[in-house]
Ligand binder design. Structure first.
Ligand code: FAD
Ligand code: FES
Ligand code: FES
Length: 478
């Protein structure tokens, strides 16, 4: 049992009341991509979970009349990647969001959750630091705004008091004369946390830098700025000497440690190289060169649809409140699953064992289902989150309940015909990801097909046949 009481409030006021009533016992849950794992591993205790994802209108990215961009507490990484405001006026943040996990993680994980977890390796913190962001925190008694530079007290230590909720992240939109970029070094290109990352935002007058902000992640207990490097940049033209000197000073500001992902020495050297690469990109105006024109979101043709409860709900483990949900088009009542993940509830209580558990921590995508039309990892979704929602599992993809090869879903048929299955363990998740892609993009390029399965691992097929199968299904559907 991961928690005792699970609340789904539908207003902010209710959240603040609940935080006060359950002082010291309650934890806010947004996407759950950090919190569910912490609870599973026993790293955190939270007898009371307050799931804030049913509160309407908290997922907006807006630009106000003062030129400030605001992110609501339910803005996910995929919301950022899809936002023209972010792509045009806060490009390093769009790049950072695109580098997070895979599509299923980006569909659930929020920027607020990333910030509150406060790991120095968390990717959105670095560009937000370079963009001079601040957070607004609300409790029953007060409301306060804290600059990013004052918000991170140490490794995973945000300056968030018990009873507070982050309700806004704000920062100035980049002006026309400003340019910026974010570069991440991971052990692979998806589903990998940063070995280190760098964000640079510069303002120019002609070729001369008039303002510089250089931020670095995973090189100190918190994300840090490199003030000496910034000072050297101001007044310079970005020639090779200025770039090399700035990169050297950024590397000197780093205070990394040795860990599993790299030694301190390696990190210091890579700070130098990444900073140099970022500055060269900004000098040559090539920072947007690799930005994909179409991005695999796996959230359906119309983007994420609001999933709201008409009224707030509470699911207590010692209570009788069943989870009333719709699975594969049928109304389903699930009892005694209030303290479980959706994956366990589907497999153990709804009898739907097609959805597999590979890792139980968001890494493998074997548990991919669609929650209100959006592809998610069911192992990181609390079962009561399905109350009043719609879930589609692998069993619901085919046109009939006992399909033949002729009436399975086109992606399922293509997997059979292309030999995209060996042991079959990863197959349901890959098919749910591929089918999600084809709902939003009927003629994907091979690059987009690859993007769509970056949240899924297969240990057998080597992926080529899987990619061919999704390509074939797209051709069959067009
Ligand atoms: C497989 C995998 C890959 C990942 N890859 C990356 C990666 O590449 N880069 C990266 O940076 N991260 C990565 N992550 C981490 C994770 O996805 C992010 O940190 C995510 O943004 C957290 O957001 P969430 O909504 O899921 O937070 P939750 O898990 O819901 O919450 C996280 C913390 O924030 C608190 N919280 C959430 N919202 C609020 C609020 N509004 N007010 C107060 N407290 C709040 C919660 O109580 C909890 O302590 C990965 C995670 C997984 C499982
Ligand atoms: S991602 Fe859910 S079981 Fe691996
Ligand atoms: S077919 Fe065996 S894990 Fe993918």
């Amino acid at each position: 049992m991961l928690w005792k009481d699970y609340y789904s409030p539908t207003t902010l006021d209710e959240v603040l009341d609940l935080l006060e009533q359950h002082a010291g016992q309650a934890r806010i849950m947004a996407g759950g991509t950090d919190l569910v794992i912490e609870l599973e591993r026993g790293l955190r205790q939270a007898p009371t979970v307050i799931d804030v994802t049913r509160i309407p209108d908290l997922d907006a990215v807006t630009l106000d009349d003062d030129g400030l961009i605001h992110l609501g507490p339910l803005v996910t990484h995929n919301h950022l990647v899809d936002s023209n405001i972010i792509i045009e006026r806060a490009f390093p943040l769009a790049q950072a969001a695109w580098s997070v996990g895979g599509p299923q993680i980006r569909n659930r994980g929020t920027v607020a959750g990333n910030v509150i977890t406060a790991s120095p390796a968390n990717d959105t913190i670095t560009p937000l630091m370079a963009l001079d962001a601040s957070v607004t925190l609300a409790s029953k008694q007060s409301r306060r705004t804290v600059a990013f530079e004052d918000f991170f007290l140490g490794v995973r230590q945000p300056a968030l008091a018990d009873g507070e909720m982050l309700i806004d992240i704000a920062f100035p939109a980049m002006r026309e004369t400003e340019r910026g970029c974010f570069i991440k070094l991971g052990l692979r290109r998806a589903q990998a946390i940063s070995v280190l990352n760098v964000a640079v935002v510069l303002d120019f007058n002609g070729d001369t830098v008039t303002r510089a902000r250089v931020a670095m992640g995973s090189v100190a207990p918190t994300v840090i700025r490199a003030p000496q490097a910034e000072r050297v940049l101001v007044g310079s033209v970005l020639d090779d000497d200025a770039i090399d000197e700035t990169a050297r000073l950024a590397s000197r500001a780093a205070r990394p440690i040795d860990d599993l992902r790299g030694t301190a020495e390696y990190r210091r050297e890579m700070v130098r190289r990444l900073t140099r690469r970022a500055l060269r990109q900004l000098r040559d105006a090539t920072e947007r060169a690799g930005w994909p024109q179409k991005r695999a979101m796996l959230w359906g043709p119309n983007g994420p649809q609001p999933s709201r409860l008409a009224a707030s709900a509470v699911h207590q483990n010692n209570g009788q409140q069943p989870i009333e949900t719709v699975v594969n088009g049928k109304r389903v009542t699930i009892r005694n699953a209030n303290g479980k993940t959706l994956l366990d509830a589907l497999r153990e209580d709804a009898g739907l064992t097609g959805t597999k558990e590979g890792c139980a921590e968001g890494e493998c995508g074997a548990c991919t289902v669609w929650l209100d039309g959006v592809a998610v990892d069911a192992c990181l979704v609390p079962a009561p989150r399905a109350h009043g929602a719609e879930v589609v599992t692998i069993e619901g993809l085919a046109a009939s309940e006992n399909p033949t090869v002729d009436d399975v879903h086109p992606v399922q048929r293509a997997f059979i015909l292309e030999g995209g299955v060996q042991c079959g363990y990863c197959t349901p998740g890959l098919i749910m990801a591929g089918a999600a892609l084809l709902r939003e993009n009927t003629s994907p390029t091979m690059g987009e097909i690859k993007q769509s399965i970056t949240g899924n691992l297969c240990r057998c097929t080597g992926y080529y046949k899987v990619l061919s199968a999704i390509e074939r299904a797209a051709a069959d559907l067009s």
